[in-house]
Design a binder for this molecule. Sequence first.
Ligand code: GLN
Length: 559
Amino acid sequence: MLDSMQEKPNFVFITGGVLSGIGKGVTTASIAKLFQFRGYNIRIIKIDPYLNIDPGTLNPIEHGEVFVTDQTWTFQPVDGFEFTISEIDLDFGTYERFTGMEVHPSQNITSGQIYLSVILEEREGGFLGRTVQIIPHVTDRIKQRIWEVVNKNPIPDVLLVEIGGTVGDIEAMPFLEAVRQIVRELGRFRTAVVHVTLVPYMISVGEFKTKPTQHSVRTLQSLGLQPDITICRAERKLPDSAKEKIALFCNIPTERVVSNPDIPVIYQLPLSFEEEGLGNILVEHFGMEPRTPDTSSWSGMVESYENATDMVVIAMPGKYTTLGDSYKSINQALADAAATCGTRIEIRWIETETRCTIESLTEDLSDVDGVLLTPGFGERGVEGMICAASVALKSKIPLLGICYGAQLSTVAFARNIMKWKGAHTTEVDIDSLYPVVDLMDEQKLTDTKGGTMRLGGHAVHIVKGTRLYEIYGVEKVHERFRHRYHLIDRYLKKMQEKGLKISAFDSTGRIINAIEFDDHPFWIGVQYHPEFKSRPDEPHPLYLGLIRAAMEYKKMRVK
Ligand code: GLN
């Protein structure tokens, strides 16, 4: 498994202390960026210690949005068992946006995958005669999975491994033990343990408090792991006195205690780390050739954020509005498109379980410049989303519907323009007289939920002469999907008589991939998720389209 002669890669392990949700994902992506600034190749693994095989069956309120990769992966724990994986942790969205590289689903390792493969192998007789144990069987499997990702060509110069959760969590123990073993096998200068902690500022005493960090470092050390670098999340940059104290307790030089302060634009973080000298420290630690970092194009992108002046308000009606991360890639795609258009953005969440009538939505949308109708599943909040689409349709507010959002805006069109009373998706109303959205045929044969949707990247064929074609400028693109239901051709044909246009299909012509309405400044629904392909330096054309339309709409609205 381990070829000690293999010179590449160097390993950066990112662990978390004190609290979850302190931005380990952004920290990991920013460290990756430091190597990219120097022309080094990187790859990132994220370990999620939960027992789910993948996050596809999780409510976004649990861990945030489910990220969808372009490639699908057949996870085969043993012969005869196969799982399709294309749904992974939302941190991968951050990795893709920061690094510009597409990730493979096998880069997301969960406890569920590890335990399942060990247990199924035991049943096959793979460990005959032996007691199957966490150490060495589970830890060996973890290391094997890590090396499988490493050894895909081209082998990266640096592999970053983010360990989800917080040190001390029971679930993460086998993973931290595997990390300890890798550090032992490769030596301290092929590996770097980066510990990300929180340093709270106590207003009452006017001081940064380092005690929680001291405790979490001690927990890490008790597991046999010595941090090489400690990254401190804090409101502001840490004063030297706090850094010195942490350095003393962590047993590292003071320059290896790095601030991770609150910043208005997350893309500033790699630049902030660069200022703190983190890039040079890591390169030196590994004995890699020192190179001058080229941050010019990244800084240029960050500046477009900082220089944005105007402001547009985009409403997001939906049901997962209590957790910002539920629609993380959408929010980022909107923000990235806005910065490129020189404007700032306010996202206004509308909780459609409670705001669910034409009257309430008319009020909510009276001072917004655009609507992003969100993806989702199930019945909750759906009437409010249809009402939001109906108001946007009538009041000519620019609207982009994503997946469920596209399906429900089609329902709104059916009810308002076609006057089909009770039109619906069968996901909510199985007895609808006008089921304009229904299960895809192959889905009717599936009764399990994990990894069984139509997932991953598929070709999208765009109809010439449509608004969508104007936006993309090409006839064929590749987009990412995650759905069971689709728009039903039979009804859409009738809707075309009243101006609805089908603007894209899949390769077979069977699945309608996009719709639009001409008698409106911007009314587009797409069956796929363009947000997963949007990058800060290359926002997705559909999101740019919505922001531009919103800017135009605003001019009229405030006249
Ligand atoms: N629930 C819808 C479907 O399964 C939409 C899914 C989504 O928004 N990703 O088709």
